[in-house]
Design a protein around this ligand. Structure first.
Ligand code: KG4
Ligand code: ZN
Length: 336
């Protein structure tokens, strides 16, 4: 059985073809970074219009790379929640149209659950039950995952998501968009212990996060209390040290909370996904912690960490259970 999956929840237009194994045959992602860079963040209306322009060429490319045609597709899957509602609607409408035109079943997949399923996809074997951790631009949330489709929220962020904090600190430092890779590059030349930035909730047992205080601490360190019309700092020691110290503070909290979640749930597997998981310092810190705790760590390769449609192979699990979506399927902005 061949599946075609679509992802348009935020600012990547993506399509993938996979088998029911699941095995990825193609995974095409068209990024809109250039369109949003000058706004230092994703502009929903611009994202939706770009999806409309890009989606059909991206689907064509995914089919070509998989060496199949629409006639070979037996199921259509789409991320219908959570995300920007106007952006989600483009993928949902296209998936419904394809399902109707090809007369094949439609499967609706949760984008957050897919980020965790990316670990299962990359591992090529069962990873459940596990602690699931999604660290992206929109979410920072820990789950107890019984199986691919049954997850209970253990705790999440009270304000900014970790990726969002990277994007905002990148804007403060004048490093560009998206912020994560830019801050990681800058941090490589800095001292992670130069500034003692706050690590919210780290020493308490609640599995919650807060990154807005950290962002403000970075802002005050760079500009003092007078931040009106502040220009970003020039390249040099201060900029690199702030980037490295900020990144270290985020990683200490993310890794520390994973450790607490493993201990509190007594689970011995940890699956981490979402854009921030592409960060090499984060991956190394997770590996060191998991080894110490005696836990098995599952992290996808970077191409399956950031938004993509291949991770919607979670649809295979729904297909096995006959959990198909109706043709009046809607896009839902909120999930948590
Ligand atoms: O999962 P994703 O592609 O989209 C959402 O579902 O939000 O995550 C995007 C987020 C952005 O905030 C981006 O800055 C962050 O992931 N990110 C990183 C890195 N690469 C992407 N954060 C830190 N280090 C990275 N290397
Ligand atoms: Zn995502």
């Amino acid at each position: 059985m061949l599946f075609l999956a679509l992802e348009t929840s935020c600012d990547e237009t993506a399509a993938a073809v996979f088998t029911d194994e699941p095995r990825i045959l193609s995974n095409v992602v068209s990024s809109q970074n250039d369109l949003h860079a000058r706004f230092h963040g994703v502009v929903p209306e611009i994202a939706a219009r770009a999806h409309l322009r890009n989606l059909l060429p991206v689907i064509d490319q995914a089919l070509r790379q998989a060496n199949v045609t629409l006639k070979d597709i037996g199921c259509v899957a789409v991320h219908n929640t959570p995300g920007l509602v106007g952006a989600l609607l483009i993928g949902v409408s296209a998936a419904k149209m394809l399902s109707l035109a090809l007369d094949v079943p439609l499967l609706a997949v949760n984008h957050i659950a897919s980020h965790i399923y990316a670990c299962r996809l990359a591992a090529g074997r069962d990873i459940f039950p596990c602690v699931g951790f999604v660290v992206s631009g929109g979410h920072t949330a820990l789950f107890r995952c019984e199986d691919a489709l049954t997850m209970r929220l253990l705790g999440g962020t009270r304000d900014d998501a970790a990726g969002e904090a990277f994007d905002k600190v990148s804007a403060i430092l004048g490093l560009g968009f998206p912020g994560g890779p830019a801050v990681e590059r800058e941090a490589a030349n800095g001292d992670p212990n130069a500034y003692d930035f706050p690590r919210s909730f780290l020493s308490d047992g609640r599995l919650e996060f807060s990154f807005s205080g950290l962002k403000t601490a970075v802002l005050y360190t760079v500009h003092g209390q007078n931040v009106s019309r502040a220009t970003p700092p020039p390249a040099g020691r201060l900029r690199a040290d702030v980037a490295a110290s900020f990144q270290q503070a985020v990683m200490d909290v993310l890794v520390g909370k994973c450790k607490q979640a493993l201990r509190q749930t007594a689970l011995t597997r940890l699956a981490v996904g979402g854009g921030v998981t592409a960060n090499k310092v984060f991956r190394a810190a997770l590996e060191a912690m998991a080894a110490k705790e005696g836990a098995a760590l599952f992290i996808p390769p970077p191409s399956l960490c950031t938004d993509n449609a291949a991770m919607a192979a979670l649809a295979v699990e729904k297909w096995r259970l006959g959990q198909f979506a109706p043709l009046d399927l809607d896009a839902e902005a909120n999930f948590l």
